[in-house]
Ligand binder design. Structure first.
Ligand SMILES: Cc1ncc(COP(=O)(O)O)c(C=O)c1O
Length: 400
């Protein structure tokens, strides 16, 4: 692997890999807990955890053991047959959320695609054709055509127009706008409890409660995209728990497999019946390996009450960010919940902050030009947070 070092990897990537990513100049070759090691042996504190997809930290022993054991037993048979870990993982998701049924996919976008289809089919089964999905500006739901169309970022649609019809967008956290847009033709309201990719903007409690009651009064389904907020990230197993509501459908991915690709959606008993044999499917979705990783991940999170730890460390991290905000004028705000947080900067320097932190061995994310996002492993310790924040503070002081 180290043959030729970093430059060789970079050259190969530039020559043979499609240029769809704006990469940072590091190639990691090993990870352990909250730490990553690059090809030259340098050590980095990972405060992004694979964009929230490695909640237990890198190469967590329980997940690694589960994957190894599964790989030695059977890896793939397809959904033509019963798959024990898929059934077990579905039960774990249902037991930790609400009564219903799960479908397994391979990514967040795929989970959302399935959820969008389920909503149309639910109304179809009731003898209605409801064409309209109501989504929020600023949202992110994926890169496939339908999820791109659901994503509330017009700049992302422009090069790919025409996008899929039927998606209507309303301003985020604007209850009146939601009320005006959702009608008897609306099949679903599709929202993130906290908009992650646009910069970590939480829904207000009033907004999600209103979304629930608007859906109830119009017959639309409420879908919550918990691809980023789910699996204990916000200090509750699912972010909807902060809001005192239940969705009809919830989508999951990222943290569910601790780095192994997996996506899922759960539909409540009210609507889970809608998708029938032949309506939806996936060759790899719900496979043995991914579900074994999912079971090990959830077992650890539930068994260790990791949500308590997330709330404790998240509060400490928030307080540290508050202190930084008081001391460094360029920091103008803090947003988020649990261990999904962002710092608002007065200037568009977040990329420079990320690059400088990386040089000093700490990984943070420039979620937008003026916001730095932190999504550390949920297992991060107070000492590790202090170390990471110390470096971020040093960089912010120097930069700004
Ligand atoms: C809220 C949300 N939904 C969907 C997605 C898409 O997930 P994936 O990249 O696994 O397709 C993401 C990815 O960042 C996300 O944050």
């Amino acid at each position: 692997m180290s043959d030729g070092g970093f430059e060789r990897i970079k050259d190969l990537d530039e020559q043979y890999v499609m240029r769809t990513y704006r990469r940072l100049p590091v190639a990691f070759v090993r990870g352990s807990g909250c730490w990553l090691y690059d090809i030259s042996g340098n050590k980095y504190l990972d405060m992004v955890s694979g964009l929230g997809a490695v909640p237990l930290g890198h190469c967590h022993q329980d997940v690694t053991e589960a994957i190894k054991k599964q790989a030695e037993t059977v890896i793939h048979t397809t959904n033509l047959f019963y798959i024990e870990p898929q059934a077990e993982l579905a039960k774990m998701i249902v037991d930790s959320s609400f009564p219903g049924k799960c479908f397994f996919a391979n990514s967040g976008a795929e989970a959302n695609e399935g959820a969008l289809k389920l909503c149309r089919k639910y109304h179809f089964e009731k003898g209605q054709t409801r064409e309209k999905y109501v989504c929020a500006y600023g949202s992110f739901h994926g890169r496939t055509f339908a999820t791109l169309s659901a994503t509330g970022q017009p700049a992302k649609w422009d090069p790919f127009k025409p996008v899929v019809p039927g998606f209507h967008h309303v301003p985020w956290n604007d209850t009146d706008a939601l009320e005006r847009e959702v009608d008897a033709d609306t099949c679903a309201v599709f929202l993130e409890p906290i908009q992650g990719e646009s910069g970590v903007y939480p829904a207000t409690v009033e907004y999600l409660k209103a979304a629930r009651s608007i859906c109830d009064s119009t017959g639309a389904l409420l879908v919550l995209d918990e691809v980023q907020t789910g699996i204990a990230r916000t200090g509750k197993m699912f972010a909807y728990e902060h809001y005192g509501i239940l969705p009809d459908v919830m989508t999951l991915a990222k943290g569910l497999g601790n780095g192994v690709p997996i996506g899922a959606f759960i539909a409540s008993e009210k609507c889970a019946f809608a998708l029938k044999a032949g309506d939806h499917g996936s060759t790899f979705g719900g496979g043995f390996l991914a579900c074994a990783a999912g079971i090990a991940t959830l077992n650890y999170i539930i068994g260790k009450n990791l949500t308590d730890h997330v709330r404790e460390v998240g509060t400490f991290l928030w307080d540290e960010l508050e202190r930084i905000k008081r001391e460094i004028p360029v920091v103008t705000g803090i947003r988020g919940l649990g261990l999904m947080l962002a710092l608002q900067l007065e200037m568009e320097v977040s990329r420079e902050v990320v690059v400088e932190c990386l040089k000093r061995g700490v990984i943070v994310n420039d979620v937008n030009p003026s916001s730095v996002r932190l999504l550390p492993p949920l297992t991060i310790t107070l000492e590790e947070v202090s170390h990471g924040i110390g470096i971020l503070e040093e960089v912010l002081k120097k930069k700004c």
